[in-house]
Design a protein around this ligand. Sequence first.
Ligand code: SF4
Ligand code: SF4
Length: 441
Amino acid sequence: MLTYFQIYLFIAFAAITAFYAYRGYNRIYKNIKLGKPENLTDNPSQRLRNMLLVALGQKKMFKNMTPAILHLMIYVGFVITQVELIEVFIDGFTGHHRIIYHAVENIPALRSFYVFTISFIEVISIFVFIATVAFLTRRWLLKVPRLNMPELQGFPIIDATIILASEIYLLTCIFSMNTADMAMHNGEYGFLVSGMLMPLFDGMTYTSIHYVERIGWWGHLFGVFAFLCYLPYSKHLHILLAFPNTYFARLTPKGYIANMPEITKEIKLMMNPDAAYAAPAEQPAEPVKFGAKDVFDLSWKNLMDAYSCTECGRCTAACPANQTGKLLSPRKIMMDTRDRLEEVGSKIADNKGVWNDDGKSLIENGYISVEELRACTTCNACVEECPVMISPLDIIVQLRRNLIMEESNAPAEWTGMFANMENNGAPWQFSQQDRLNWVKE
Ligand code: SF4
Ligand code: SF4
């Protein structure tokens, strides 16, 4: 009876999770596809190398050892505890209890391997617990500046805390489940850490210990299902998106800023006026739009960057504009891009797949301000620092191009410089013929 109840409840939970998780991940996929096409499939071996080193190997995290080691503990723990989850899932689906253990209990080598694996998971879980408490302390007690900036107030800081608290919840479930199971079977399994915790159940009846074991087992399962549904709404989506994001990261040198073909053509004609008469006047199919004003004008990779941002703030901590008190925070650029994309995506979904202009854009309207865009020095420090190869600069440059070339929105000093460049081919107010006059003096 209990077995069937377990199977039915497990299948019901799994079906509900599949439904909500599909909705969440499908929403993200559709939103990313709102971006413009961009081909980032060249040099697959270099891309694979980037993904293995940066996403799997956490290479860029190790610039700062303490948070890197703590993060590695949580990351390794997260991956390794999934091994025990495999058995929990099979048990849930078949109505058994520790099905893998009972399949190998009479084969000494395999039994030892099973016990070693679960014991190893338990030891790793202790490190995960320490790292999680350290992260909570760092965020809430030590108030590390990059984790307490204005853009993190509200949901972002709650989101980070929910995930850390969930980590502690899951660890509590794992240890309740294993320790109660050990106590019910007089330590038969031989797990390392839960074996040491067994005395906590001294004096309790078998039935009470069984309840604790069941609460731990179902609690663990429920926690994992809830986590899968919550992930598409959290910055922790990066645990999945870090892999495609590093694979599809641009391979061009960091200082490279892509030219706009229309402008390149104009400049070539400016430098060779005869070609202007010779070249047939081509009319573009659609009016040319310079730069990006809203999420539709960015590429799908820019939009995936926004969803992959871990909100760690390493970019902002390294940004010279931010360090000198300017409003600009590259992390906020990514968060604003994601928030605007979410807004656009939900309006399209509400309107049955059709976009009706809402009169807003990514610039101003509570998103990225002109002041922030102007503060960027294009130094690339944010790109260099990012642990998942995001480029806030790429978005900034595109928005700034739109501001200047479509809206003529630039400070007077810049406008003078642009006019000089157009007329004289240099930022100074001198004719090209006078360029070498200084030599005479
Ligand atoms: S490129 Fe711009 S946003 Fe990035 S660190 Fe430099 S100044 Fe800051
Ligand atoms: S852009 Fe990169 S460095 Fe900046 S907050 Fe996001 S993940 Fe961290």
